[in-house]
Design a protein around this ligand. Structure first.
Ligand code: GDP
Length: 171
């Protein structure tokens, strides 16, 4: 992008979905943490790379925390929603959170690209990207370009593919 305001990418998902691990994989190698600390509700993980500003938040949990990440919706240029594809029980919670985000007045109707990572694809119980897409009801999204990618934030598999899609959307 060459200077100016960095594109703002919000990284959202339930706790334990892999947001911190994913962000660490996206960091330039010299900025990577040796050990990732799980994202805490009040605390956002944040860094800038290649003209893009990434901020991660745990969604769900205490209702009083919601305004903390929702106030960033207005200036979001893109959203990455991270799902633990091996956590079958909480897929319904992930869907509820995704739907709340999509229905928010600062998001609804805006053409904000949405990248979903069906993360932990390396886990033996991980659902495929198409299963996760169906469980989340992604096909019903009509106001935003969206894309789903199976990923392993641990090994990095699939991460670059997803980010390449996002970069094309932001260009
Ligand atoms: P966050 O709460 O969303 O920030 O999640 P973390 O990044 O802290 O990850 C939660 C746990 O899942 C950690 O133990 C990670 O090592 C693990 N994890 C994250 N991504 C993957 C993945 O792609 N595959 C597997 N098997 N484990 C992962």
């Amino acid at each position: 992008s060459g200077g100016g305001t960095p594109a703002s990418v919000l990284v959202l998902g339930l706790d334990n979905s892999g947001k911190s691990t994913l962000l660490n994989a996206l960091r330039p190698p010299d900025q990577r943490a040796q050990y990732t600390v799980p994202t805490v509700a009040q605390q956002q993980d944040h860094f800038q790379s290649g003209g893009v500003s990434f901020s991660a938040w745990d969604v769900a949990g205490a209702a009083r925390m919601r305004p903390l990440w929702e106030r960033h919706y207005r200036r979001a240029d893109a959203v990455i929603f991270v799902v633990d594809a091996a956590d079958h029980l909480r897929l319904v919670v992930a869907r509820e959170e995704l739907e709340l985000m999509l229905a928010h007045p600062d998001m609804f109707g805006r053409r904000v690209p949405l990248l979903v990572f069906a993360n932990k694809s390396d886990a033996s119980l991980a659902l495929s990207a198409s299963h996760v897409a169906a469980a989340l009801g992604l096909e019903r999204i009509s106001d935003k370009p969206w894309h789903i990618c199976a990923s392993s934030a641990l090994s990095g598999a699939g991460v670059a593919d997803g980010i390449a899609w996002l970069a094309r959307q932001l260009r």
